[in-house]
Design a protein around this ligand. Structure first.
Ligand code: C2O
Ligand code: CU
Length: 482
């Protein structure tokens, strides 16, 4: 008896492979619009990171405390892992604000080592950038206070950025999402899911596999950037999300992986690609899959076009970013990220708006400087990072075009701190529509051109490859805006 009940539970809870695995409509009267609460459908197993508690009573002000501590969590079933965590969780809690809000952050470092927190993609004063210029000692703390600019609604994220230690601290569990909301969001009716992607590797005892730099695996990690064989969505392996037939869901996706580039696709579904790092496009773009390089964010609309009871998989599809010598053996196999399970409710009828928000192209006529960044393995313009050197000098308030040329046979995602940009062309092909980015993947032997406006905040801003192992090794430079 117990075994039968257990088997039934398993059948309910564990999605079986393949589409249309369950078409049971038991308990749902035909034509019923509302879900029947007595009908035991499993809920989402996907856990959403909680939103950071706002301690402020002032209007348009968000005041939060973030503490980085060592702790122990179960990341893979059956074992405990020593991690570093923000407010005790991996990923850290989500920082949620509206455009125009004043954001006050109290940061505490309870780690046994120096750290910083970089608010990746936000336009903010230099002191608050969390770059290696502003380390926080163990036991130390720092306060940040700045305003989120209008027009920057989008998905961002935070992660440590201490000199030479970002890869280690992110591998240990330090990363979290930032959502900047627009009070006039064009998709108010659409249910939202936040999906923070991360990967990791574990030893038998559950500890995080961080090999010696000189070992064979250490060298491969250095070359490729460290990838893990366990893929996480919000800290969970292959969680389940439910969708009602006909429903439209908005998925905000953050790639918090150190090196893994995901080509995302949903079996048997066309996706609507609606946003990049800096938020929504002008209109939805239908596509079968979307590439998201590490540190990038995307927004997609998932439309419940399959039959009630269907079960499909959201996958990381093969994408060859590697040099052949260190390409992982299973690079060409799709990997499951998340299971989408259709309810057997009657289909909803939901429309997707054809216009999202206006995004104007930046004017290219009054550009004051053009810069070329040549990427080779571990170097930018032939140099590695020197904290006491300024590589590029720009004038505050000006607009520039940067051309990033990748001369080598693996992809390098290029990130600029502090200022968002618009990609103008990829490998000579003009970008079809304007969108906001702070990171752009530069594929092997290709060139990307972007335009950037260096407004508001003077300072020394980093630009670097966002493969964290490359960044740690100094594939980074400094732009001084003054
Ligand atoms: Cu995501 Cu220099 O950072
Ligand atoms: Cu790189």
């Amino acid at each position: 008896m117990v075994a039968i009940v257990a088997a039934l539970l398993v059948a309910l809870l564990i999605p079986t492979a393949g589409p249309s695995a369950s078409t049971s409509t038991a308990g749902t009267p035909p034509g019923a619009a509302e879900p029947d609460p007595t009908h035991a459908l499993p809920a989402d197993t996907l856990v959403t990171p909680p939103v950071l508690r706002n301690a402020s009573r002032e209007p348009n002000t968000v005041e939060v405390t973030l503490t980085a501590t060592p702790t122990t969590l179960s990341l893979v079933p059956g074992s405990e892992t020593a991690v570093f965590a923000y407010n005790g969780m991996v990923p850290g809690p989500t920082l949620e604000v509206y455009e125009g809000d004043r954001l006050i952050i109290h940061l505490r470092n309870e780690l046994p080592e120096e750290t910083t927190v970089h608010w990746h993609g936000l336009h903010l004063p230099w002191y608050a950038d969390g770059s290696p210029f502003h380390p926080i000692e163990p036991g130390g703390q720092a306060d940040f206070d700045f305003v989120i600019p209008q027009g920057t609604a989008g998905t961002y994220w935070y992660h440590p950025h201490p000199h030479h230690r970002s890869a280690y601290q992110v591998a240990k569990g330090l990363y979290g999402a930032i959502v900047v909301r627009d009070r006039d969001d064009p998709l108010p009716e659409v249910a939202e899911k936040l999906l923070v992607l991360w990967d990791n590797r574990f030893l038998q005892d559950g500890s995080i596999d961080l090999p010696e730099a000189q070992s064979m695996q250490g060298r491969i990690d250095f070359e490729n950037g460290r990838e893990g064989d366990v893929l996480f969505v919000n800290g969970q392996a292959n969680p389940t999300v439910r969708i009602r037939p006909g429903e439209v869901q908005r998925w905000r996706i953050v790639n918090a992986s150190a090196a893994r580039v995901y080509r995302l696709g949903l079996q048997g579904h066309e996706l609507l690609y609606v946003g990049s790092d800096g938020g929504l496009f002008e209109k939805p773009v239908p596509t079968d899959d979307v590439l998201i390089a590490n540190s990038e964010r995307i927004e997609i609309l998932v439309r419940g076009t399959a039959a009630p009871g269907s079960i499909v998989t959201f996958q990381d599809l093969p994408y060859d970013r590697y040099i052949p010598q260190t390409r992982p053996r299973s690079w060409d196999k799709p990997r499951d990220l998340l299971t989408l399970q259709y309810t057997d409710e009657t289909p909803l009828r939901m429309e997707v708006p054809s216009a999202l928000r206006p995004v104007a192209w930046m004017d290219t006529t009054d550009v004051t400087a053009r810069r070329v960044m040549v990427l080779t393995q571990g170097f930018i313009n032939g140099k590695t990072m020197d904290m006491s050197r300024v590589d590029e000098v720009a004038e505050l308030g000006t607009r520039e075009i940067w051309q990033v040329e990748n001369l080598v046979g693996m992809d390098h995602p290029f990130h600029l701190h502090g200022f968002r940009f618009q990609v103008l062309a990829r490998n000579g092909v003009p970008e079809p529509f304007p969108s906001w980015h702070d990171t752009v993947n530069v594929p092997k032997h290709e060139t990307v051109r972007f335009i950037v406006q260096l407004d508001d905040y003077p300072g020394k801003w980093m630009f670097h490859c966002h493969i964290l192992d490359h960044e740690n090794a100094g594939m980074m430079g400094i732009l001084e805006v003054r």
